[in-house]
Design a protein around this ligand. Structure first.
Ligand SMILES: [Zn+2]
Length: 343
């Protein structure tokens, strides 16, 4: 009997749900939602390994290091585990070439319909999914109507609002919130980053490991700087430069553009909070969410407290819009007009 470690930083709600779940009550579909870089895919991968581990255990979570299943899982050769990273497009129009990360509807049906080779289970983990055809969406619906015994599909997405409601409703949905800064720092330290650098990168991360790593890797803070600059210009009524959002980049998928815009909205909320804090208190003693932006935000024209509170509520609502299937470009325009000074 084992209760091997099952340690995913953050992910408290998901850990709680699965830690108390009777394995017999496992659902066929789970939808992990939340911003990029907060541990959705890591959790999905470890959950899959736990479900496939052959050493008996009392619940769902936990895996050993030694059983054959765990060993081939670590070697990435487990025949009953399918994972697609990044955005995949299911059901690409016939006639066009499939890229590495694109599954045809037929591939998906096959993967979902196969029985486990060496275990009673088969786990399919997919990233952001765009259904290009009705057939593809129907294939997934059919899976839920007649799920093969032991099959579990896990979708991880930062924009659940883009899923068809008929599909979304079949999944058990679990939210992964942004990580606390100390959690981000902890993950980085475990990866060998020295504590002081980890702490600084965590401060710039907005709760995302992905962004923290980008900051560490090449000092690439361009998205963050771009977002704060964009915000400051929008607030002044100047035309902001949306280049950093890469909305015109044809190599970027819709989901990636949506994620970029989602980050802009999140940075705008941080900037708004700090702008309001500086306006109310001014002094150096006030802790800011983005202390390195103090100069930029401190120079913004003052607005009344009620006006700032109304803005915060409005930007919160735009955040909801950014996670829906409204076009990313429209969300950016809406945000810009909302922040602009009233004539
Ligand atoms: Zn094992």
């Amino acid at each position: 009997m084992i209760m091997g470690t099952f340690d995913v930083v953050g992910a408290r709600e998901a850990t709680r749900v699965f830690a108390t779940l009777d394995p017999a009550r496992l659902a066929h579909g789970y939808l992990f939602t939340g911003p990029t870089g907060v541990g959705k895919k890591t959790f999905a991968r470890r959950l899959a390994r736990a479900l496939l581990c052959e050493t008996p255990k009392p619940g769902v979570l936990g895996y050993c290091e030694t059983c054959p299943s765990c060993r081939i899982f670590v070697a990435r050769t487990h025949p009953d585990y399918v994972e697609s990273v990044g955005t995949i497009k299911i059901g690409k129009e016939s006639g066009s070439a499939l890229h590495d990360e694109e599954l045809s509807a037929r591939d998906l049906v096959r993967e979902l319909g196969l029985r486990g080779y060496r275990s009673a289970r088969r786990i399919v983990v997919l990233g952001d999914v765009a259904f290009a055809t009705h057939e593809a969406a129907n294939a997934l619906l059919k899976f839920f109507e007649e799920p093969p015994a032991g099959a579990v599909i896990i979708l991880t997405t930062s924009s659940p609002g883009t899923l068809l409601e008929t599909i979304r409703s079949r999944f058990v949905e679990l939210a992964f919130p942004p990580l606390a800064n100390p959690d981000v720092a902890l993950v980085l330290e475990r990866e060998g980053v020295d504590p002081e650098r980890a702490r600084l990168a965590a401060t710039a991360s907005l709760g995302s490991i992905t962004r923290a790593r980008a900051v560490l890797d090449d000092g690439d803070d361009s998205a963050r700087n771009g977002a704060f600059d964009w915000f400051a210009r929008a607030v002044r009524g100047e035309p902001p430069d949306p280049g950093f959002l890469q909305l015109d980049d044809r190599n970027l998928s819709g989901a990636e553009k949506r994620a970029n815009v989602g980050e802009l909205v999140e940075f705008s909320r941080v900037a708004l909070r700090d702008w309001a804090t500086l306006g109310l208190a001014g002094g150096d003693a006030v802790p800011l969410l983005a202390p390195d932006q103090r100069d930029r935000l401190g120079k913004l024209p003052a607005r009344s407290t009620p006006a700032l509170l109304a803005l915060m509520a409005a930007v919160g609502e735009i955040g909801r819009l950014a996670r829906s299937n409204v076009s990313p470009g429209l969300v950016v325009d809406h945000l810009r007009m909302t922040l602009a000074p009233v004539e």
